[in-house]
Design a protein. Structure first.
Lengths: 43, 635
């Protein structure tokens, strides 16, 4: 496989995995904020 | 392989049984708790993390990569392998800080160092990245084993990729980190034995003591014996500028966290040590053995060059060390050699399976899905995550055709754009979660643009590697510096708590003064303020030992020098060059001096900290479960 294409695929998967992790964290943070009510929680 | 006899199969089988059986022995310990499954209960003496650092650093692809750079560059290629020297300074700086944070992972550390939504996003980002990265590493190491199996036995590539990895996964799922670290100890002994043996056999296959050097001189290739054979300041394939850049990346990177892809693996070893002192020595010794290993390898690979010069295909010569072992060892010892290759492979695979599972379990499942999960559930999630990583790694392995290409891809991505932020997050109080997160996000895109896309379209010329590094660092700074300064600093309550817990090195003045004002620590009153202080202080109170003093700086400065002396000295010693013995002895003397200077201080720090650890752990568990941590001045 051509080097540029391999790199592009690898980069895309890396991006996707990190964004998924971050999205997951954001979803959990929002859920917790709702659960705790406005004004509580981590700043 | 033609010379693989029944005796060789018996040896290989015995090694496999010993390594797998030894790891299974710890099954009962691993199932007790999450802490046991992923950190061996935080109770290991320094030599176990040390052997694990060495074993994990030594993978099936490592001799391929080593052979690639030494065959192409001679002994100056040793500097490509010197990136392991990040452990030299990290042992006395970032390892000490990270161990005191008690975080299981680098991702968890983000919510201890930073605060609020930014820290949560960072934790999720790094956890996602690490799940990917561990699968990726498993894939490339697995594929390297596929190549070795093909070379030795004409197995199809997938056999070497799948079979040993599945065997490793079985004991890793059963015995967790206990199995990993105990297996690493046994595997490390077998591996170092084989590395020394094959290198010596290769060197003496050329001729008696010193023959490799003599033959290289006869061939007009004496420059290969010189680790400082530069091709100019900025020109050629090994300019001074490139060497200095590599030194900066490796050595100065030790001040930061995450400045090497190995950092994430060693973070687990640091945290599994029973004290701050054990964590420091474990990382230092593991790094030192790794560089000594490089010395043995380099000598053996130079011998391979003398025996078979002129191989132009990288894919062919990067198997040189394996060809030495399989080609030169007599029947009986070939089985030992193959057992050692399995050991090298198993140790790395097990470490990354367990580490990837740790990020899934601790940073994704427990933090975001089920904070109140019981210990039994967490252990089972860890096992299920191990299985998922295993399957994912096969996918990556089959994608990789060229080991070196992927390795360079990973190293550049990890190092260039976030190298400086990795240091800043440790040494600068004002650096915040938004700055660090922006650096991570920008790094991936900027690296891709500068390294491949813009040159491919002729917008910029292809840049030398060392120029790429500084350009990527500069472009990254254009993003993370404004992002940091345009967003608020972390809450002072949070910073004070972090500061008192870890006592970081660097620019922490405002946080230190606030901690003093709140009465949680006392004002600095040691070191330079004390006129009667000896040049080297060897009696420490716990409070005085918390400060960073000249003893720390002596260890920080000397430690990379010792590593370089070990690496070059051992290589020259094996090659029979007179300077080898002198350099090695000088390295040993300096290592003893470092120990004499720093050990009393590390003992004082460890003793005081371990007494507080239980309380800190309780606080950390509360934080992990999203409960409100106490605000105000208390810690």
């Amino acid at each position: 496989m051509e080097k540029g294409l391999v790199t592009l695929i690898g980069m895309s998967i890396a991006y996707l995995a990190s964004l998924l992790g971050m999205g997951f964290a954001y979803w959990a943070w929002r859920r917790r904020r709702k659960h705790d009510g406005e004004g509580e929680g981590t700043s | 392989m033609s010379n693989f006899t029944t005796l060789d199969w018996l040896w290989a089988g015995a090694f496999l049984f010993l390594m797998l059986g030894g790891a299974f022995f710890f099954y009962r310990l691993a199932r007790r708790s999450e802490s046991d499954f992923f950190l061996a209960g935080r109770g290991l003496p320094w030599w176990l993390p040390a052997s694990s650092v060495f074993s994990t650093h030594t993978a099936t692809d490592t001799p391929m990569w080593m052979t690639g750079v030494i065959y192409a560059h001679g002994l100056r290629g040793l500097w490509y392998t010197f990136f392991a020297a990040w452990t030299a300074i990290a042992s006395f700086v970032s390892a000490r800080i990270f161990r005191r944070s008690l975080a299981y992972t680098q991702a968890e550390w983000q919510v201890i160092r930073f605060d609020g939504l930014g820290s949560e996003l960072l934790r999720g980002w790094i956890a996602g990245w690490q799940v990917f990265m561990n699968m990726f590493i498993l894939g490339w190491v697995g594929m390297a084993m596929g190549k070795v199996g093909n070379l030795a036995f004409d197995w199809p590539l997938w056999v070497g990729l799948v079979v040993p990895t599945v065997l490793t996964a079985i004991y890793t799922m059963a015995a967790g980190y206990w199995g990993v670290v105990m297996g690493d100890f046994l595997q490390g002994i077998v591996a170092i034995f084989a590395i020394v043996l094959v290198s010596l056999v290769g060197v003496y296959a050329v001729g008696p003591h010193g023959a490799v050097a003599e033959r290289l001189i006869d061939m007009g290739e004496q420059w290969r014996l010189d680790p400082f054979a530069f091709t100019g300041w900025f020109t050629g394939d090994f300019p001074v500028a490139w060497w200095l850049t590599m030194l900066v990346i490796a050595v100065v990177g030790g001040f930061g966290m995450g400045t090497s892809i190995d950092w994430y693996v060693e973070a687990q070893r640091i945290q599994s040590a029973k004290s701050v002192r054990d964590a420091s020595y474990g990382l230092w010794a593991g790094g030192a053995i790794t560089l000594v290993r490089n010395g043995f390898w380099a000598a053996g690979i130079l011998a391979f060059f003398v025996l078979l010069p002129g191989i132009s295909s990288a894919a062919e010569y990067e198997l040189g060390w394996f060809r030495l072992g399989f080609g030169l060892l007599p029947a009986g010892l070939v089985g030992v050699f193959f057992g050692a290759i399995l050991a090298i492979h198993l140790s790395t695979i097990s470490s990354h399976l367990n580490l990837g599972a740790l990020y899934v379990t601790r940073d994704l499942f427990q933090r975001y899905l089920k904070p109140d999960a019981d210990e039994r559930t967490l252990v089972w999630v860890g096992r299920a995550a191990t299985l998922v990583l295993l399957i994912g790694s096969f996918f990556y392995g089959l994608m990789m055709e060229e080991i070196t290409q992927w390795l360079i891809f990973a190293l550049w991505l990890m190092m260039a754009g976030i190298w400086l932020p990795n240091i800043l997050q440790v040494v600068w109080w004002r650096f915040n979660a938004w700055g660090y997160l922006s650096a991570w996000m920008a790094n991936l895109g900027v690296a891709w643009l500068v390294v491949w896309v813009l040159p491919a379209f002729g917008v910029i010329p292809p840049l030398p590697d060392y120029v790429q590094f500084w350009v990527l660092m500069g472009l990254g700074a254009l993003v993370f510096v404004p992002a940091t300064l345009l967003t608020p600093a972390e809450r002072m309550d949070h910073l004070v708590r972090y500061y008192v817990m870890t006592r970081p090195l660097g620019w922490w003045g405002p946080v230190h003064r606030e901690a003093v004002r709140r009465g949680v620590i006392s004002e600095r009153r040691t070191a330079a303020n004390n006129g009667r202080r000896p040049i080297i202080q060897r009696r420490w109170t716990a409070e005085a030992a918390e400060e960073w003093t000249r003893e720390d700086w002596i260890a920080i400065v000397l430690s990379p020098v010792v590593f370089a002396l070990f690496m070059i000295g051992v290589t020259k010693l094996i090659l029979g060059q007179p300077a080898g013995l002198m350099l090695t002895l000088l390295g040993i003397a300096l290592a003893v001096l470092i120990y004499w200077i720093i050990d009393p201080k590390l003992r004082a720090v460890s003793h005081e900290y371990e007494a507080k650890q239980a309380g800190y752990l309780d606080e950390l568990e509360q934080k992990l479960k999203w409960e409100a941590t106490p605000g105000g001045g208390g810690v």
